[in-house]
Design a protein around this ligand. Sequence first.
Ligand code: PGA
Length: 251
Amino acid sequence: MRRKIIAGNWKMHLLTDSAIDLAKSLAESIKDVDDVDIAIFPPAPYLILMKEVLKDSNIKYGAQNMHFAEKGAYTGELSPGMLKDIGCKLILVGHSERRKIFKESNELINSKLIAAINNHLTPYLCIGETLEERESGKLFEVIEEQLTIGLKSISEDDFNKIVIAYEPVWAIGTGKTATPEIAQEMHLFIRNWIKKNYSENTSEKMRILYGGSMKPENVKSLVSQPDIDGGLVGGASLKSESFSQIIRFSR
Ligand code: PGA
C-alpha cells in the first residue's frame, strides 16, 4: 500500500502575514493526521519563515523552482544548497507554468532533477499534456517524452527518491478536473512506463500524484483510483479549510 501525499502549491500568492497564518492554521488543523505525507510549496521569500512556523509540525516544505548549479553568476536564481540551508526537503521541478511561461525544456528539467537528488532534496517532477496535445491524440507521446528526457541518466536508486505529479495542463486553474477515469488512464500509463524502464518493484512503489483543480469535492473519487496516490493542489491549498479537508478526504 502506497502512502498518500497531499501537496499544496501556493504559486505566486500571499504576503508575509497571510503566509504565516495559512501555515500555522494548517499545521494546527491537521496535527493529528499521521497517515498522509503533507507538503507545501510557498513562494521563495517565505520559505525561511517556514523553518520556524512548521518546526513541530508534520508538514514538509520546499521551493517551487531552483537552478541546477551550486553557485555562480545566475542573477535571480536560487541554488539547491541555499534551499537545503533554509530547511527545504522538497522541490517542484518542471511545473507546466515553468515549462510554458519560462520555456523550461525537458533537458533543463533533467539537470534540475539530478541537482535535486545530489543535494538530497526530494523532487516532485511535474508532467502533463496541453489540451491541444490531448485533442491531437499525441498525449501519450508527450508524456513519454517528458519521462524519457526528464529522467535521462537517473538510476533506479535515485528514481526511487522522486515523486511524480501528473497535471494535465488543461485542468490547472481552470476548474476542469480530469475525470477519475481519464486521470487513472494516464497514471497507469506512467506506471507501466516505469515498469518497462526501471522495474516492476519500483513501479509499484512510485507515488504518482494528480494535479489540476483538485478540491474537497473531487479528491475522494480521484484518490480511490488504483494508480492515483494523492494530489498536487494549487488554488484549494490557499485556504486552510479546503486544504485540510482534501488531506482528510484522501485517507
Ligand atoms: P490548481 O493547480 O489546483 O489550481 O488547478 C494545480 C497546480 O498547478 O499544481
